[in-house]
Write a protein of this length. Structure first.
Length: 656
């Protein structure tokens, strides 16, 4: 007989053992996971749980104010509304973006771009998708809140420019922080949607103006609806920046330039403080804080007068005859001329096969230094430049800080060009020709300067040799008025010239404004003695069929000056693009700026506006007086009265 077997019972026992082991293993893993979650990850999970219940809502800090030297407000703050989204509360992202684009009249791609800035951040953190919405848009969003889950409306302070577009290039503008800025160390404490300075003072002094953001910790329900405020941290207002600029002088400078393209800079000759810093035409800085209208942006870009360029800082122009000051100084210092050295000017100078013309076609006749400066004789300076050579001229130009940025404290300052024989060889791989030196001697050719540099140059002549760093900020004060930082004059160089050199040159500059046939008579003031130099810099030799020069090819007009002559206080440099003649286009602008300075000092009485003639129906409307304050967003009306005492018409030269 065969033995009995128990194979089925044995197999069942094995199954029970393996199932028991599997169950024990699963139970062990479950216990291990519970231990890991409760012991190792307890704090992290608690934070996540709290974040689902508690939200942090940032509160933007108001930026500090920008004031003029006398405490007048130039830039302050005003409330603005923005739309933010909490991604965690959004049920349908695509639908929400479509709704916001339709309700706010925005490009869908624009909202997506802003949404992408928040990638990598906590989903409960608010993400700004639209700024500067109108009150009507805000009310419409509130009415449709049920279909806009996750959407919040926040109030953020934005900039308010007390005088409209006045000093727009100097003050600059703010805008929403970019992705590149968010990743830089300079903005590591900032959040998406924050406003930062983009240009001018707003950008240069961002660290002081920005302040410290605050916030509110709020409790929400499962649907993300607000329940209560748990904790609140106040924001800290940014510090205020007090400029060296005088608001009244700035207004006059911009009024005097009017619609002409150009720039004007006024500075204290004994400190380097900039009193006026105008660039024309200007722009509306408020447009950059929100959504720039496409038609306005196109208008700015297509305007040939370049309204977005800070011409006082970055405009590089041939200095024209204002550079004759440097050529004269070089000739005196090198012993090549004195006050009696004279030349004969027949109206031209032949050099090799070329003929270099004087602006006075008939010639000036017998000319010495004083008359050469007074009447801006080109032939005198052609001959002097030939004897000096380009390298010696450059040596003295650089002693006055020309050819390099002065470090005024604003971004993208240009340094101009002071050519040398070595410079041309490096730049173009060609040697310097002597004929090119003649053009340099009268501020043409390769020579380029900025209005800021010309103001510094004439200020250095006025104080006889001390180069101060031009600066725009007087002090930084906190919200309580405590001075945190104060800026004192900084000497960045000394020219080291003989006093006699300055004496002779300044006598010539006095003659330019105050003597018959002087080219700068339009800047003359009856109460204060002014000294200066006119200039016209050639743009291109081109005339139309009638012999006229189209506007864009006309010469630039320049004028530099200082006053009072006996004890200088203020220096001014003006350039009017395509203004042709410095004496008739730029000198009157400088005259008005200097008049404003001395009116502020009480040395010149302000003209009293004449009462308007009575009408038949008085009381129908208040008359608008010249010089009256402008409405918000508009330039002030021109000041009344002539700015300077003009010489008789017969004594005004045709050119320069």
């Amino acid at each position: 007989m065969k033995p009995k077997t128990y194979l089925p019972e044995f197999n069942n026992a094995r199954r029970i053992v393996w199932l028991s082991l599997g169950a024990f293993a699963m139970f062990f893993l479950l216990l291990a996971r519970l231990w890991y979650l409760q012991e190792v990850q307890a704090d992290q999970l608690l934070d996540q749980s709290e974040n689902n219940r508690l939200r942090f809502v940032p509160v933007a800090a108001p930026r500090g104010a920008i004031l003029d030297r006398n405490g007048k407000v130039l830039v302050s703050n005003t409330p603005s509304f923005s739309v933010s989204v909490i991604p965690q509360d959004v049920k349908n992202k695509e639908q929400l973006i479509d709704n916001l684009a339709r309700y706010l009249n925005l490009d869908r791609k624009e909202i997506l771009d802003k949404w992408s800035k928040g990638q990598g951040r906590a989903k409960y953190y608010p993400l700004v998708v639209a700024s500067g919405i109108t009150r009507d848009q805000m009310e419409f969003l509130e009415e449709n809140r049920l279909s806009l889950s996750g959407v919040n409306i926040e109030m953020k302070p934005i900039r308010q420019y007390a005088n409209g577009d006045l000093a727009a290039h100097l003050l600059g503008y703010i805008g929403e922080i970019s992705e590149n800025e968010l990743t830089s160390d300079r903005y590591k404490e900032y959040n998406a949607g924050d406003y930062v300075g983009k240009s001018g003072i707003e950008r240069a002094w961002e660290n002081y103006l920005h302040g410290s953001d605050g916030g509110r910790q709020i409790e929400v329900d499962a649907r993300g609806r607000f329940l209560r405020t748990v904790e609140e941290t106040d924001s800290s207002v940014g510090n205020s920046v007090v400029l060296t600029v005088d608001l009244d002088m700035q207004k006059v400078a911009e009024q005097a330039l009017g619609d002409q393209a150009g720039a004007a800079v006024a500075m204290d000759v004994n400190t380097g403080e900039i009193l006026a810093f105008a660039s024309s035409p200007d722009f509306d800085p408020t447009l950059f804080a929100g959504r720039m209208p496409p038609d306005k942006w196109k208008e700015y870009l297509e305007d040939k007068r370049r309204p977005l360029e800070n011409k006082a800082l970055r405009g590089m122009y041939p200095p024209g005859s204002t550079f004759k000051i440097i050529t004269a100084i070089a000739g005196l210092e090198e012993g090549l001329i004195d006050q009696h050295t004279s030349v004969e000017c027949p109206g031209y100078y032949k050099f090799g096969n070329s003929t270099f013309k004087c602006w006075e076609k008939k010639g000036h006749g017998h000319v010495e230094l004083r008359r050469a400066l007074r009447e801006s004789c080109d032939v005198y300076f052609y001959k002097l430049a030939e004897r000096l050579g380009v390298d010696r001229i450059a040596k003295y130009a650089k002693r006055f800080g020309l050819g390099a940025p002065l470090g005024v404290g604003l971004d993208q300052e240009k340094g101009g060009i002071i050519p040398t024989s070595e410079w041309k060889l490096k730049r173009f791989g060609k040697k310097w020709y002597q004929g090119e030196t003649l053009s340099v001697g009268i501020g043409q050719g390769y020579v380029l300067t900025t209005p800021l540099q010309l103001a510094s140059m004439i200020a250095t002549v006025a104080n006889e040799g001390t180069i101060y760093r031009p600066h725009l900020v007087k002090k930084i004060v906190d919200f309580d008025g405590k001075v945190l930082k104060e800026f004192t004059p900084e000497v960045i160089g000394k020219t080291g010239l003989h006093p006699e050199t300055y004496k002779l040159v300044k006598e010539g500059l006095f003659a330019v404004v105050n003597e018959p046939h002087g080219t700068g008579g339009m800047a003359r003031l009856a109460e204060v003695k002014v000294a200066g130099k006119t200039g016209s810099s050639q743009v291109v030799k081109l005339r139309d069929s009638k012999g006229d020069v189209p506007y864009q090819f006309r010469d630039h007009a320049l004028f530099v000056a200082f006053a009072p002559y006996e004890k200088p206080e203020v220096a001014v440099a003006v350039i009017v693009e395509h203004g042709e003649h410095g004496g008739s286009a730029a000198a009157p602008v400088a005259g008005r700026i200097m008049r404003s300075y001395f009116e502020g000092k009480g040395l010149i009485k302000k003209p009293v506006p004449k009462a308007p003639p009575k009408t038949e129906e008085e009381g129908e409307g208040a008359p608008v007086l010249q010089g009256a304050p402008a409405a918000p967003g508009q330039k002030p009306a021109p000041a009344p009265g002539p700015p300077a005492v003009q010489p008789p018409a017969a004594t005004l030269p045709k050119q320069q």
